[in-house]
Design a protein around this ligand. Structure first.
Ligand code: GDP
Ligand code: ZN
Length: 458
């Protein structure tokens, strides 16, 4: 148990109007009592909300009118006493309240320290703690659902089940080796090991295959709008931004990258680069050649390639087509309100199986079809996060990849008849790697590093 009491401003996602000053630790209640005018917080029941004012105890000056939630250990997020002061008077009032808490005995929380305490006090496991971080960064409702499910322990549950399977295998081999006289324990055969490893490997691969979608949900689809000057790239960007509610801004404490624009298109968060960035790509092929521009474009998850219906296809368009071959792109034929000059057959031929959408951005036509095409490209229709267990955390994905690799090593070994006691090294390794996801074998330094990534106040 930690002995000091920490505090920070902690604002719920999507509720910019309310700000909360949170305290956690043994003195949370007594510190708040010193600066609170209202009921005696030392005497109120746990899990109650109390109206009153935060005052400067020295000058009696009022900092803000507030609602104070009192939650006593252990039925709290950190398993410590928690106070949440709901402020009403805007950011300056919130800061005044925070200052009062600080000058009366609380210490400013380090980023992620509340969650770290929850983890250290056994309230949540590591993957759940990381989900809190993802939740803070979640850019759309769907992304938030993914994080919420993970916090729910869904991923942990699955990982623990897989670990259990592996552990049983390892245990069986151990017994075979150490106690050969126990003939009621079946001897682990290559065949049995093949079945087990294959099973777990398939589950891990399944998790990894949907991880890409998870990443997109969390970080946004890096989207580049390209095309010759004047085809309507800026108009497209404006349309997408205006038609789709801009995505909830990050909570205070996280840096917001101003050159990126996030929009939510049917649950797919697009991270559009700013106009300046787009302008740079306008004659990207001219400037740096097909090969180099391909490198730049490759970093995008999605490319919106705009053509002008009212203009002929020129060499530069063909160069752009060449530059995006093999990437995920959508062809947008814009300005369909004007006369046709574009050779559509030629466009179809160049686009191959990639989707082509016609729009007149000036008349707001074809935008629905474009949005469907965007959603289809990544989710083959509307994404249903219903029953799926998503892995959306980079560290988890990395560990799953390593685990998958270790199992593949084992599977290869099985095929060429490597002895069971050697194979079990890979199986044990897999078990350890999966353990790191839920924090069972995570080292202390890893834990510190993880929690320092959290936003302040969580
Ligand atoms: P960019 O240079 O590719 O960014 O193109 P802009 O978005 O700046 O558009 C260039 C011009 O085309 C502007 O005058 C727009 O109003 C116009 N424009 C954009 N979309 C359409 C459209 O669908 N139909 C017509 N007729 N004009 C359009
Ligand atoms: Zn432009």
């Amino acid at each position: 148990m930690e002995t000091d009491t920490i505090t920070a401003i902690s604002t719920p996602i999507g509720e910019g109007a309310i700000a909360i000053v949170r305290l956690s630790g043994p003195e949370a209640v007594s510190i708040t009592s010193k600066i609170f005018k209202g009921k005696n917080l030392q005497e109120v029941d746990s899990h109650t909300i109390n109206y009153g004012k935060i005052i400067n105890p020295e000058t009696n000056e009022i900092a803000d009118e507030v609602m104070v939630s009192v939650m006593r250990a252990p039925r709290t997020f950190t398993r410590e006493d928690i106070i949440e002061i709901n402020c009403h008077g805007g950011m300056t009032a919130v800061k005044r309240v925070l200052e009062m808490a600080l000058s009366n005995g609380a210490r400013l929380a380090e980023p992620g320290e509340f969650t770290k305490r929850a983890f250290l006090n056994g309230r949540i496991d590591l993957s759940q703690a990381e989900a809190v971080m993802d939740l803070i960064r979640a850019k759309t409702d769907k992304a938030m659902n993914v994080a919420l499910k993970q916090m729910d322990g869904r991923l942990s549950g699955l990982i623990q089940r897989l670990r259990q399977e592996l552990l049983e295998t390892v245990a069986q081999v151990e017994v075979n080796i150490d106690y050969p006289e126990y003939d009621d324990v079946e001897e682990m055969s290559h065949e049995m090991m093949r079945t087990k490893t294959k099973e777990v490997h398939e589950e891990i691969e399944k998790l990894l295959s949907i991880a890409k979608q998870g990443k997109i949900l969390r970080e946004g689809l890096a989207t580049a709008i390209i095309g010759r000057p004047n085809v309507g790239k800026s108009s497209l960007m404006n349309t997408l931004v205006q038609e789709n509610k801009a995505i909830v801004t990050d909570v205070p404490g996280t840096t917001r990258d101003v050159i990126e624009e996030y929009v939510n298109v049917r649950g797919v968060p697009l991270k559009l680069v700013d106009t300046a960035g787009i302008r740079e790509t306008e004659d990207i092929v001219e400037k740096i050649g097909v090969e180099r521009s391909r490198q730049v474009l490759k970093e995008s998850d999605l490319i919106l390639f705009v053509l002008n219906y009212n203009d002929e296809l020129v060499e530069e368009d063909e160069k752009l087509f060449a530059a995006i071959q093999g990437l995920d792109y959508i062809v947008i034929i814009n300005k369909t309100d004007l006369a046709q000059k574009l050779d559509l057959d030629k466009v179809k031929q160049l686009a191959g199986t990639r989707p082509i959408v016609s729009t007149s951005l000036i008349e707001e036509e074809g935008v629905d079809a474009l949005e469907s095409a965007i959603a289809d490209t990544f989710f083959e229709g509307e994404l249903d996060t219903g029953d799926m267990t998503y892995v959306s955390n980079v560290r988890h994905i990395d560990l799953l990849k390593q685990a998958s690799k270790a199992l593949e090593d084992a599977m290869e070994g099985i095929e060429i008849g490597v002895p069971i006691d050697i194979l079990q090294i890979d199986v044990t390794r897999t078990w350890e790697l999966l353990g790191e996801i839920v924090g069972d074998t995570a080292s202390d330094s890893l834990i510190d590093q993880l929690f320092s990534q959290f936003c302040l106040g969580k």
